[in-house]
Design a protein around this ligand. Structure first.
Ligand code: A2P
Length: 272
């Protein structure tokens, strides 16, 4: 009688591709059947700026499939965290969702991205707009003390379809507030505004609509976004980026980049 063997997701004898680190998984946490986070070891030579993304893959073929993932941990952390969607037939995530501590993940050696503090001109208030796994780069930035040195207020908005999809962000913010060092910096500055679009909840609706109709500002007790005081960062699906950008532009904000800082920046959430 033969035993059915699961296809190997990781840990094979394929050589590590050029310009890649082969890193060890240290922790995996599944939030829902569509969302999970994992942490891997960080090589001493790997440096990045909080908010950047990097290409990751699995050592399961001669030519591994790589996808861009925002690094969810801050630049000071000695491990690297990612927050991922699980797609049943996703070329990478169908395998990635099976990883366990001790498995190997490949990571390209160079990171990049526009959701970095340097791409914004100074302001009073920083809004971070995210949907789904688009919260990942902000999970990095809200754990970076620099964010609190630069802004008086930091508002992270996270919109998902269902309430259970909000858990990663809610745990993250609760842990920051509980942290002895970060908590002191963030307690009076960081606010999380969670909304869902397909269930009943305290706050419901797309963030674009909640800004346009003024509900978000009313809920937060803040004035409408103004280029004088407010800065924005956006991360989500292509449609969400486009629509949120339009709303910010209607408030007078202007899109910036690393080499041309302005009042808001945009990055697509990379999944697959
Ligand atoms: P909705 O349920 O109304 O589509 P997804 O899982 O499809 O990426 O969606 C994640 C969240 O982002 C959902 O709450 C979804 O709302 C919302 N969303 C999707 N498209 C947009 C958009 N163009 N602008 C703002 N929010 C959006």
């Amino acid at each position: 009688m033969s035993t059915q063997i699961e296809p190997v997701a990781t840990n094979t004898d394929f050589p590590t591709p050029k310009n890649c680190f082969a890193l060890t998984v240290t922790a995996v946490e599944h939030y829902t059947d569509r969302l999970f986070k994992f942490r891997i070891t960080r090589p001493a030579s790997f440096r990045f700026r909080s908010g950047e993304f990097v290409m990751i893959g699995l050592p399961n073929s001669e030519k591994p499939i790589f996808r861009a993932y925002s690094i969810a941990s801050p630049a000071w952390d000695d491990e690297i965290e990612f927050y991922s969607i699980k797609v049943e037939d996703g070329p990478l995530t169908q395998h990635l969702q099976k990883i366990k501590p001790g498995d190997t993940v490949l990571m390209r050696q160079k990171s990049t991205g526009t959701l970095v503090n340097d791409a914004l001109i100074p302001g009073k208030r920083l809004y971070m707009f995210s949907t789904g796994t688009g919260i990942a780069p902000f999970a990095s930035l809200i754990r970076d003390p620099e964010t609190y040195e630069k802004f008086e207020e930091v508002i992270l908005t996270h919109t998902c379809r269902d309430v259970e999809d909000l858990k990663y962000g809610q745990e993250l913010v609760a842990n920051i507030i509980d942290d002895p060092l970060l908590g002191e910096l963030a307690a009076d500055k960081l606010r999380l505004y969670s909304t869902v679009t397909r269930q009943e909840y305290i706050h419901t609706g797309r963030i674009t609509d909640l800004m346009t109709n003024g509900k978000m500002f009313e809920d937060l007790g803040l004035p409408v976004i103004s280029p004088e005081t407010d800065r924005g960062m956006i991360c989500g699906s292509m449609d969400m980026l486009k629509d949120t950008k339009t709303v910010l532009e209607s408030f007078g904000l202007i899109e910036g980049a690393n080499n041309k800082p302005a009042t808001f920046v945009v990055e697509r959430a990379f999944v697959g």
